[in-house]
Design a binder for this molecule. Structure first.
Ligand SMILES: [Cu+2]
Length: 133
């Protein structure tokens, strides 16, 4: 028996190996009790660095946030011996967001008047095809 070369088209769903991106939120720019940007859209797996340049602040996720964090000059709650209490001076802390969803956050000193939102989009999935013979 002869067999013609077998051509198989195989479609596999492979997670797109996107490079995780780094983002920055400035805390207390220009003497304002504000985060800039106060609305940030990222992808799952990305990291956000909160960088305080002035004032006396922290970043504290609100109930229901997809990723929980509370960070300040002394680090982040639950990360080593970190303490997310507000403070002055310049500092920066990084938070990675592994899951898609929304994280609202605010400053424990200034409350809702100093708040921000991070929208974490799912990582896109691409379909790839392979020819096998
Ligand atoms: Cu504040």
């Amino acid at each position: 028996m002869r067999f013609a070369p077998l051509l198989i088209l195989l479609a596999c769903a492979l997670p797109y190996a996107a490079q995780a991106a780094e983002h920055e939120v400035i805390v207390g720019a220009d003497g304002q009790n504000a985060y800039s940007p106060n609305l940030l859209k990222i992808s799952a797996g990305d990291t956000v660095t909160f960088r305080q340049v002035g004032g006396f602040h922290n970043v504290s996720s609100s109930p229901g946030a997809v990723t929980t964090f509370r960070c300040g000059p002394g680090g982040c709650d639950g990360v080593g011996a970190g303490n997310g209490d507000p403070g002055g001076g310049t500092w920066q802390q990084s938070v990675m967001f592994p899951d898609a969803g929304t994280a609202n956050y605010l400053c424990d000193v200034h409350g809702q008047s100093m708040s921000g939102t991070i929208i974490v989009n799912p990582v896109p999935v691409t379909l790839q095809s392979f020819d096998i013979d």
